[in-house]
Design a protein around this ligand. Structure first.
Ligand code: DX5
Ligand code: ZN
Length: 227
């Protein structure tokens, strides 16, 4: 497999939000590539987290790639504020953007962010094909491996069929998995072809987050050597 680097992205949803800057710094020192930022609106999902003001505050403390996952009903409204706040990646859900994803992707790119598309467990993978194949394409597909909304849920291995289909079709696409990833579930995701790994509770809840990040990375790199 070529062109897809392993990217380990601790989900800051599992961090101590009251100490976000130091939590972020700690994860980067432990070897994280990206910081995964879960933005929820209490409507698309039954939970409410952070928005542009918090991204802006964090940006003042770090140069890290802020991988923003928008679990919101109206992602178009978030492009401008998040770009100003210093977001790096902007991954929206396909379920809410059927009517206007072209406009959305173009806006995200024109603001200098990397566009990505996410899909809930119940959404067929075919729905994202047009977005990956568009003239202005998304550059990452996030396959949810739990129902979005909360950390600490159980990994759904049946989602790996989606990852396999995507990897087969798009060898150089960034494919991200999110939900329930950790040392016991990474191998199946890595061998299916995922290269961007979000992990919240397994990293923040570990006695040694550094070791967990390293296990996740080795699994992705090992699977790439075999393919
Ligand atoms: C859930 C979020 C995830 C979550 C993952 O809706 O998208 O990023 O923080 O947490 P874990 O790794 O604990 O399942
Ligand atoms: Zn997420």
């Amino acid at each position: 497999m070529e062109g897809v680097k392993a990217k380990i992205a601790p989900s800051m949803l599992s961090s101590d939000f009251a100490n976000l800057a130091s939590e972020a710094e700690r994860m980067l020192q432990f070897g994280a590539d990206w910081l995964h930022m879960d933005i929820m609106d209490g409507h698309f999902v039954p939970n409410l987290t952070i928005g542009a003001p918090v991204i802006q505050s964090l940006r003042k403390h770090t140069n890290a790639y802020l991988d923003c996952h928008l679990m919101v009903t109206n992602p178009l409204d978030y492009v401008e504020p998040l770009a100003k706040a210093g977001a790096s990646g902007f991954t929206f859900h396909v379920e809410v953007s059927q009517e206007y994803w072209q406009e959305l992707v173009q806006k995200i790119k024109s603001k200098g962010m990397t566009p990505g598309v996410a899909l809930r467990p119940g959404t067929p993978v075919e729905q994202v094909f047009p977005l990956v194949e568009a003239e202005v394409p998304v550059e990452l597909v996030l396959v949810m491996t739990v129902e979005p909304g909360f950390g600490g849920q159980k990994f759904m291995p049946e989602m790996m069929d989606k990852v396999r289909v995507l990897r087969e079709k798009y060898p150089s696409l960034d494919i991200e998995v999110d939900g329930g990833l950790g040392p016991t579930t990474i191998d199946v995701a890595a061998s299916a072809g995922a290269n961007c790994i979000v992990a919240g509770s397994s990293v923040f809840g570990a006695p040694s987050p550094r070791d967990v990040i390293s296990i996740l990375r080795k699994s992705v790199e090992g699977a790439q050597c075999k393919s």
